[in-house]
Design a protein around this ligand. Structure first.
Ligand SMILES: Cc1ncc(COP(=O)(O)O)c(C=O)c1O
Length: 401
C-alpha cells in the first residue's frame, strides 16, 4: 500500500471523509532521505545542512542562507544581528503569530504594533509612515507576509530607508511567494522562513534565514551555534581538528540537524509542484465562492505562496457568527482554523503595554470574521469542491432576510 500523504486522498467514501485543516506533503522520498542520514551515522548539522543552505540560497537568489531549528530562532538571530537591543522599539503588526513579536522581547526591546490593511491583512504602509515619524526610537520593522501574500514591500522599504530603520521580513508563510517577481524574504536586509509542520515547505520544525549582507550572515552564523568562531562541523572539508575553536560570544543553540535538512532538500526539490497545486486549490476556491457577497475572499496577486486561504464572513449579513460558522463546518467534517487572535488582545501584550481591543480595529475585525479553509497539496479536488459546497450551504442558510 502506498502510504504517501502527498497524493490526494481517494476512495468512494470521499463525501464522508473528514477533511483535516492541514497535512504535510511527505512521501517515500523524504523517508529515504531521513534513512540515508540515519545510516550515515552523523545525525546533527553537517553536509546535508550545507547542501540545503546552498540549494535554498540558489532557489531564492540570496547570497547567504543559514539553516536554523525554527523560524522563531531565525527571527531572533536576525534582530540581534541588525543591532536591536534593550530599549529599542520594533514595529510589527498585531495580526500575526506571537513569534513575530516575542523575539523583540528576547532582546529586551519592545514591539510597537501598527495595524494592518483591510484588503490583504498586512502591515499598512501609511500607518507605518506615521509610526516612524512619531517614534524615533524605532530601530527595525518586521513586515509579515500573512498567508504568503506579500506586504507592500516597495512602500515599506521606502519608508524604512527614509527613517534609517532596518527591515527583517517575517517570511514564515511566504516561500516561494514573490513581490513584483522578487522572492519574498529577499527584499528586506534579512528574511526568515519557517519550516514548521504546516508550512509550504516543511522539515517538521525548522527555518532558514537569508541575506545578501556578508557581515550579517557572519554574525548570525556565529550566534547560531554558541558564539563559536568557526563552523565546527566542517569535518569533510576542514583540516583543522573540530575541538579547536574560540567562543567569541554567548550565542544560542539554533542549528538545524542533518535529519531535518535532508527532508528540506526533498521538499525544496518538490516545491514548484507543491506550489502549483496550492495555487490550483486557491483558484478553485476563488471561483467557487466568488458569488457569495457575504464572504470576503483573499486577493489573488498571482504571486502568493498560498500558505493560507483566509475567508472573512460579513456578520451583518448572517444570523450566525464566525464561531458558529466554524462549528457547523466541523459538524460536516471540515477542519478549519483562525489566523489570528491578534496579539494586542493576548494577555501578555495587552497587559504589558496597556492595549485595548479597539486600538487596532482592522486586526480585531479580521480576527472576529476570519476562517482559514484547508489548503495543502494532498487535498483532493473533490474535497475542495465539498468545502465550497458546505461553506455556501451554511452561509446561504444563515442569510439574514
Ligand atoms: C507569522 C509567523 N512568524 C513566525 C513563525 C515562527 O516559526 P516557527 O514555528 O518555525 O518558529 C510562525 C510560525 O507559525 C509564523 O506563523
Amino acid at each position: 500500500m502506498n502510504r504517501s500523504t502527498e497524493r490526494p486522498e481517494r476512495g468512494s467514501s470521499e463525501a464522508n471523509h473528514s477533511i483535516p485543516f492541514a497535512r504535510a506533503a511527505i512521501d517515500e522520498r523524504e523517508e529515504a532521505a531521513v534513512l540515508r542520514v540515519l545510516r550515515s551515522g552523523w545525525l546533527t548539522t553537517a553536509s546535508e545542512c550545507k547542501a540545503f543552505e546552498r540549494e535554498f540560497s540558489a532557489a531564492v537568489g540570496a547570497r547567504h542562507a543559514i539553516a536554523v531549528n525554527s523560524g522563531t530562532a531565525g527571527l531572533h538571530l536576525a534582530l540581534e544581528a541588525v543591532g536591536v537591543s534593550r530599549g529599542d522599539r520594533v514595529v510589527t503588526t498585531p495580526y500575526t503569530f506571537t513569534a513575530s513579536a516575542e523575539v523583540i522581547r528576547y532582546l529586551d526591546a519592545d514591539p510597537l504594533f501598527v495595524d494592518v490593511r483591510e484588503d490583504d491583512l498586512n502591515l499598512d504602509p501609511d500607518e507605518l509612515a506615521g509610526a516612524l515619524h512619531d517614534n524615533p526610537d524605532v530601530t527595525a520593522v518586521i513586515p509579515v507576509h500573512i498567508g504568503g501574500h506579500s506586504c507592500r514591500m516597495d512602500e515599506i522599504m521606502q519608508h524604512c530607508a527614509g527613517a534609517g530603520v532596518r527591515v527583517v521580513e517575517d517570511a514564515a508563510h511566504a516561500f516561494p511567494g514573490t513581490f513584483a517577481g522578487q522572492p519574498l524574504g529577499t527584499i528586506g536586509e534579512v528574511g526568515v522562513y519557517s519550516f514548521y509542520a504546516t508550512k509550504t515547505l516543511t522539515t517538521g520544525e525548522g527555518g532558514m534565514i537569508v541575506t545578501d549582507d556578508d557581515a550579517l550572515a557572519r554574525r548570525m552564523t556565529v550566534m547560531r551555534l554558541h558564539g563559536i568562531d568557526r563552523e565546527v562541523w566542517d569535518r569533510y572539508t576542514s583540516s583543522r581538528p573540530n575541538w579547536e575553536y574560540q567562543v567569541v560570544e554567548a550565542g544560542y543553540k539554533y542549528n538545524m540537524p542533518d535529519i531535518l535538512a535532508a527532508i528540506g532538500r526533498v521538499q525544496l526539490e518538490k516545491s514548484t509542484r507543491l506550489t502549483h497545486r496550492r495555487r490550483e486549490i486557491a483558484h478553485t476556491y476563488l471561483s467557487g465562492l466568488l458569488e457569495r457577497d457575504y464572504l470576503r475572499l483573499p486577493i489573488d496577486s498571482g504571486e502568493s505562496s498560498w500558505h493560507l486561504f483566509i475567508i472573512r464572513i460579513d456578520p451583518d449579513r448572517l444570523t450566525i457568527d464566525r464561531n458558529e460558522f466554524i462549528r457547523r463546518l466541523a459538524e460536516r467534517g471540515i477542519g478549519t482554523s483562525v489566523h489570528y487572535i491578534p496579539l494586542h488582545v493576548m494577555p501578555y501584550y495587552r497587559d504589558r503595554y496597556g492595549l485595548r481591543a479597539e486600538d487596532f480595529p482592522v486586526s480585531l475585525r479580521a480576527y472576529q470574521t476570519a476562517i482559514s479553509l484547508p489548503i495543502y497539496p494532498g487535498l483532493h479536488e473533490e474535497s475542495v469542491r465539498r468545502v465550497i459546497r458546505e461553506v455556501i450551504r451554511i452561509g446561504d442558510d444563515a442569510l439574514r432576510r
